[in-house]
Design a protein around this ligand. Structure first.
Ligand SMILES: [Zn+2]
Length: 195
């Protein structure tokens, strides 16, 4: 089964989960939940700056940040990197305890803290080789710009559907005060303060 990256290196998709036999992007509702979540998230990430550049320069010097080329981690807890800063993430992950947070949305926060504390990969630390695994011969993928546009179209559609759905659910089923109180309670236990 061929795996492909779209927009940014890093996250990989099973080709037949997201593309039709004609190599068109499938409608979002035909894509399994996990890859769909990543695709929708990717749309919001492709134009973002590298996290390490951003930590160095901040909003004031956003023009000095390089655009992200690589994404690692889970949706909502992902790390974005330019090629120059990828070794920092790799070093943190392999040699500085980062792999402990694999699969967790804490992944990004812990890496950002490590970088903010002044850590970086040793000089000359190797970058991974990004060779497409190509056992059966990958068909040509649609042009990246096209994929992006289709994703955005579908993404807009998806948002409208969610809003409609939310509206229906709200009118069908009003929250009782008791449920609201419970949800407050859940919020405070789900997000304890770190310090
Ligand atoms: Zn960077």
């Amino acid at each position: 089964m061929a795996k492909v990256s779209i927009g940014l290196r890093g996250w990989r998709f099973e080709e037949d989960e997201i593309f039709t036999d004609d190599e068109e992007l499938k409608p979002l509702d035909e894509i399994p939940e996990d890859p769909r979540e990543r695709l929708v998230r990717l749309v919001t990430l492709v134009e973002e700056p590298c996290d390490v550049c951003y930590l160095e320069h901040g909003d004031e010097e956003i023009n000095r940040c390089r655009q992200a080329e690589i994404v690692y981690g889970e949706p909502e807890g992902e790390v974005l990197l330019c090629a120059e800063h990828e070794p920092d993430l790799l070093y943190w992950f392999r040699d500085a305890g980062g792999s402990e947070y694999k699969g967790s949305v804490e992944f990004a926060d812990r890496f950002h803290e490590w970088v903010a504390a002044g850590n970086e990969a040793p000089e000359g630390y190797g970058s991974v080789e990004h060779v497409d695994e190509d056992p059966d011969g990958l068909p040509d993928l649609p042009d990246q710009q096209e994929v992006q546009e289709r994703l955005e179209e579908d993404f807009q559609g998806e948002r409208i559907d969610i809003v409609e759905l939310a509206g229906k659910e709200r009118s069908d089923e009003e929250l009782t005060e008791e449920e609201l109180a419970e949800s407050d309670l859940d919020l405070s236990t789900d997000y304890p303060s770190d310090r």
